[in-house]
Structures are given as structure tokens and as C-alpha cells.
Design a binder for this molecule. Structure first.
Ligand code: SF4
Ligand code: SF4
Length: 300
């Protein structure tokens, strides 16, 4: 059994406690306007093209089996309508201007990568995080196999999720997961749809059900000035979770990391007006959660 992954990141420190190995799946049902990994949104492998590294040698154009690459304004963009991500052009581009996003991995390959760093998990109380894209919309049997093998080896496992999936899938993996890193982006369903392409009804419903089933939940909120940083939204989120057994809320100030990748996959970045709230406002937001006795911190 093989599955498309975007990346396996070693020594990862932003996806749960300690030093972790993070497995990034490819494909997500949401399209957040601030997404840091736009190349993780499509469920298919794709080619990224970095114009800044291209020296116009035309090797890619000559080698493409689809004969789809044509010169445009001195550059050699990926022919999205014809490209099957065969990666021939990647192999022939010695300047590193072309890169393939997405590769098939077997369960054994993933486990082998995970096991390489078991010493770090033990020393740092770390472990493994399955992330995305959106892990909960991927092949559940592949995920279960990884989780069961991590469980047998005693590794701590986090699932980083936007919550947009059927609850049956959460129920299947629940016995093998230590913590769910669960995103809440906005409490208002219409604003959520505007920001991500989907409303939040399923997401909030799953969160409630997960809490009822005693799932360990760490909430993560990307905080963007003037988008979701207002009192009404923050109070709405805090009131929604205040009676739940939440282990922590992480307030993650917006940053523009990833903006440069949009052009490489011919996507438009819609977050150019976004910014992070100032330090004072972040502390006020933190205070709103503290006043409701919700454990909270700024940062991951
Ligand atoms: S092979 Fe690489 S450097 Fe040459 S034209 Fe293609 S993308 Fe540019
Ligand atoms: S990945 Fe293959 S089909 Fe796509 S542009 Fe490169 S050589 Fe052509």
C-alpha cells in the first residue's frame, strides 16, 4: 500500500511537544487564504517552477514527453493542462528551478523514517505528528497502519487537523492518537467559508464529539489582525470550548511564510493585506481565554 505524501520533516518542533517527525500528507478540503503550504492543497503530485532560479537553458522544454512546455516572456512555466508530473523536467533541470511536490511512500518507508529518530523522541518527550494538507481526508487504512505501528513501538502520536472530515474517521483512529492539534479559524460559519472555502459546522460538530469521546485536544488558532482577532470572534471561540476538556489553546500570530510558493504553482496569494496583531493585542486575546479559565499560550 502506497500513499502520496508531501514531505517527511525531521526535527520538527512546532507540531506538538518535543522533537518530532512530521508526516505531511498532500490534499486538503479547505483553501485558507493564508495557507503556508499551498502545494499541500491539491490531492495530486505537481511540479513547482521557481523563475528566480531559471536560466532559460530550455532543457526542460526539449525533454518534456508531453511536449507541453512553451516559452512565455522568457520563462518556461509548467503546462498545467498537460503535465502529468512525470518529473522528467525536474531531473533535467540542473539549476534546481523545477521541483516535484508529492511522492508515493509505502507504510514501511514511513516507519523506517520515523524509527531513525526514536532516540530524539525519548530524550525530548517528542514523537510523531501526522499533518497535511489534511490528514483526516486521506486513506484511513494507510493512516491506521502507521498509527498502529507507532502505538506498538510506544511513540507519542499527534494528529494535526482542520477537523473537516466525517466523525467515523476520527472514531477509527481515536485509540491510537495521543493528542489532536485541532484548528479553529473562525467561529462564524459564513466568515469561515469566506476565509477557507467551507463553513465550520462539521468542524465544530466534530470537535464537540471528539471531546465527548475524551480525545485529548490542543486547539490552535491562527490570529490575523482584522480578520479573526476581534473580541466577538475570540469570545465566541472561548465560549464554545470553555466547558470542554481542552489541554491548551495556542494563539499563532499570522506570518507570511509560504507566500513565495504561490507563484511556483501558479496560484494567487490572497493574503497580501493580512498582518499579525501587535504584541499588546495578542496579550489581550490571551487574557480573554484566561478569564474563562482556559489554558492558553502565545505560540505553538
Ligand atoms: S531546465 Fe530549468 S533552468 Fe532550464 S529552462 Fe527549464 S526550468 Fe529553466
Ligand atoms: S513533469 Fe513531465 S509532463 Fe510535466 S512539464 Fe515536466 S516533463 Fe512535462
Amino acid at each position: 500500500m502506497e500513499h502520496l505524501l508531501l514531505d517527511i520533516q525531521k526535527y520538527s518542533i512546532h507540531n506538538g511537544e518535543g522533537i518530532r517527525t512530521t508526516i505531511f500528507f498532500k490534499g486538503c478540503p479547505l483553501k485558507c487564504k493564508w495557507c503556508h503550504n499551498p502545494e499541500s492543497q491539491s490531492y495530486r503530485a505537481e511540479i513547482m517552477y521557481n523563475k528566480e532560479k531559471c536560466v532559460s537553458c530550455m532543457r526542460c522544454l526539449m525533454k518534456c514527453p508531453q511536449k507541453g512546455i512553451v516559452e512565455k516572456d522568457g520563462f518556461y512555466p509548467v503546462p498545467r493542462d498537460k503535465c502529468d508530473a512525470c518529473a522528467t523536467c525536474v531531473d533535467f533541470c540542473i539549476y534546481g528551478a523545477r521541483e516535484k511536490a508529492g511522492r508515493l511512500y509505502s507504510v514501511d518507508e514511513v516507519i523506517k523514517e520515523i524509527e531513525k529518530d526514536k532516540m530524539f523522541y525519548e530524550q525530548s518527550n517528542g514523537g510523531v505528528t501526522l499533518s497535511g494538507g489534511e490528514v483526516m481526508t486521506q486513506d484511513i487504512n494507510f493512516i491506521l497502519q502507521i498509527l498502529k505501528r507507532c502505538d506498538r513501538m510506544g511513540y507519542n502520536v499527534n494528529i494535526d487537523t482542520c477537523g473537516y472530515s466525517s466523525f467515523e474517521r476520527f472514531e477509527k483512529i481515536l485509540p491510537y492518537v495521543d493528542t489532536f492539534l485541532y484548528d479553529i479559524k473562525h467561529i462564524d460559519p459564513d466568515k469561515h467559508r469566506l476565509l477557507t472555502g467551507k463553513d465550520n459546522v462539521l468542524i465544530l460538530d466534530n470537535l464537540k464529539k471528539l471531546n465527548d469521546k475524551n480525545g485529548k485536544i490542543h486547539i490552535r488558532i491562527p490570529v490575523i489582525e482584522g480578520v479573526n482577532s476581534d473580541d466577538e470572534n475570540i469570545n465566541g471561540i472561548a465560549d464554545f470550548i470553555k466547558d470542554m476538556n481542552i489541554t491548551m489553546v495556542s494563539l499563532l500570530p499570522y506570518h507570511a511564510i509560504g507566500q513565495g510558493k504561490y507563484d511556483r504553482i501558479d496560484m494567487e496569494y490572497e493574503g497580501t493585506d493580512f498582518s499579525a496583531p501587535g504584541e499588546e493585542r495578542m496579550l489581550e486575546i490571551k487574557n480573554i481565554f484566561e478569564r474563562k479559565n482556559i489554558p492558553v499560550k502565545i505560540g505553538g
